[in-house]
Write a protein that binds this ligand. Structure first.
Ligand code: FAD
Length: 465
């Protein structure tokens, strides 16, 4: 398939109009392609469209349940500073006189930013809202085209043929659950953070929160405002430690749950709990993909993929944006996909892409990095989840290197130095910055420089328009 691409405009479907799909649509159109975006909901913004609704099955294990897309809870603020979240040519700056001006704003502010982006680049005119993609498969008579089958909530269904499909369906809707021996007969209530909105349900209760990453951290503190006790079960805590903070305590992982309502931690502590909240992350999930097993999800590795984007056997007809999940990553991946589809940038042969993908997986295995962290690109020196790695290994998993590699392919701007610096500090702050990491900064002068860059960008944009 790769060698057959010639330089021309393609007819492209984009599935999902969250932060990834919005920028994908823009980049594809900029490159001259005709684009149709399919969005299951009635609005752009994806994850950031907050809703009070939750799924009827609080652990979201029933495959036939009614899906609620968003996993945003009412008190959510971003876990990165706004400056480093925005797309490169549309800075995420404070809106004059309205919204949340904080550097780590609430979820409404992010949604407004995405809505502004859609408006600025007239993206909505290319979207079919309220239209769920049910099936994507190569056409049988011509393996170079893709059939997209869809259905609206009013029951209208259809099929359309595209030259290419760009998958941007989001990765925070299908929960992962921790395996807890004995949980089947444990009598308390359980929910996954996907179905958590407000703490009221836990008033005066004893609650165990599993997971101490960004959501686990936020949600445990949210619940602690109203619950009797909150016990966090964390992989990051050594088996004999027992932290304490008001009504919030930190334990190691759970050893087992018992019929009498008790939960035993690996340090031997026993807690009788009313509820368990699983903040244990999400699974990549592509229920609409019918491709004879060429792309699989195995322990949360979507593969085989060339550089997290193209399955070698189908490239460039199908691509994935946003497996590593940062707005600026979505933008650069979209530029790459758009320029490969037009033929301006070439991919290696299928064999070479496959070789590269396998070499990457082998390297991760040699480093002892579990499959589920395959798409988790970050500076290994800053991420406690990935342990300690030698600097020469950074090239395997560093986000900046990955970003700059793609930028080189499509001959566009490398990651801004300020963004790289700010991002690396911000990631460390999530893990080591304490409770007030969002509000305590001492980088005023540096941020002034960043805003200077934004002002220059604006004045260049004004001159060229
Ligand atoms: P989504 O925003 O989930 O959008 C996917 C879209 O696809 C949705 O609109 C959905 O309706 C649509 N869709 C899905 N399936 C179909 C289908 N079959 N047919 C049609 N449409 C479909 N990142 C940050 O940078 N900063 C943060 O502070 C931050 N906080 C986060 C907090 C939480 C709780 C979570 C879960 C994630 C957070 N993230 C954060 C990471 C997040 O990945 C990104 O912010 C980003 O919004 C994800 O965008 P997306 O477009 O990939 O997915």
């Amino acid at each position: 398939m790769t060698s057959l691409i010639t330089s021309r405009a393609r007819h492209v479907a984009v599935i999902g109009l969250g932060a990834a799909g919005l920028v994908a649509v823009r980049e594809l159109r900029r490159e001259g392609h005709t684009v149709i975006g399919f969005e299951r909901e009635k609005h752009v913004g994806g994850l950031w469209v907050y809703t009070d609704r939750v799924e009827p099955d609080s652990l979201s294990v029933d495959p036939d349940r009614t899906i609620v897309h968003s996993s945003v809870y009412q008190s959510l603020r971003t876990n990165l500073p706004r400056e480093c979240m925005g797309y490169s040519d549309f800075p995420f700056v404070t809106r004059s006189g309205e919204g949340d001006p904080r550097r780590y704003p609430d979820h409404r502010e992010v949604l407004m930013y995405l809505q502004d982006f859609a408006k600025e680049f007239k993206i909505e005119e290319m979207i079919r809202f309220d239209t769920e993609v049910l099936c994507v498969e190569p056409t049988p008579e011509n393996n170079r085209n893709w059939s997209v089958q869809f259905k609206s909530s009013s029951g209208v269904s259809g099929e359309e043929i595209f030259d290419a499909v760009v998958v941007c369906n989001g990765h925070f809707t299908e929960p992962r659950l921790a395996h807890i021996p004995g949980i089947e007969s444990w009598p308390g209530k359980q929910i996954h953070s996907h179905n958590y909105r407000i703490p009221d349900l836990f008033k005066d209760q004893v609650v165990i929160v599993i997971g101490s990453q960004a959501s686990g951290n936020d949600i445990s503190k949210d619940i602690a405002t109203i619950a009797k006790e909150v016990h966090i079960s964390s992989k990051a805590v050594a088996s004999d430690s027992y932290g304490c903070y008001d009504n919030l305590r930190i334990h190691p992982t759970i050893y087992r749950a018992r019929e009498d309502g008790s939960v035993v931690f690996r340090n031997g502590k026993v807690v009788f709990a009313d509820a368990i909240v699983h903040c244990t992350g999400y699974k990549y999930h592509f229920p609409f993909l019918k491709n004879n097993g060429y792309v699989t999800v195995e322990d949360n590795r979507v593969g085989p993929l060339y550089k997290h984007v193209f399955p070698p056997a189908f490239a460039p007809g199908i691509s994935f944006i946003g497996l590593p999940f940062m707005f600026f990553m979505f933008e650069i991946q979209s530029k790459w996909v758009a320029s490969v589809l037009s033929g301006r940038v070439k991919l290696p042969t299928e064999d070479k892409m496959m070789e590269e993908a396998i070499a990457f997986y082998t390297k991760l295995e040699d480093l002892g990095i579990p499959k589920r962290y395959t798409h988790f690109l970050t500076d290994p020196r800053g991420n406690p989840m990935l342990g300690t790695f030698k600097p020469e290994d950074a090239v395997v998993i560093s986000q900046s290197d990955y970003f700059n590699w793609i930028a080189k392919q499509c001959r566009c701007t490398y990651i801004e130095r300020w963004r790289e610096r700010l991002y690396n500090v911000a990631i460390k702050k999530i893990f080591f910055g304490g409770d007030s990491y969002r509000d305590q900064w001492d980088d005023d002068q540096f941020i002034e420089e960043v805003y200077g860059e934004f002002a220059k960008l604006k004045s260049n944009q004004d001159c060229s328009s």
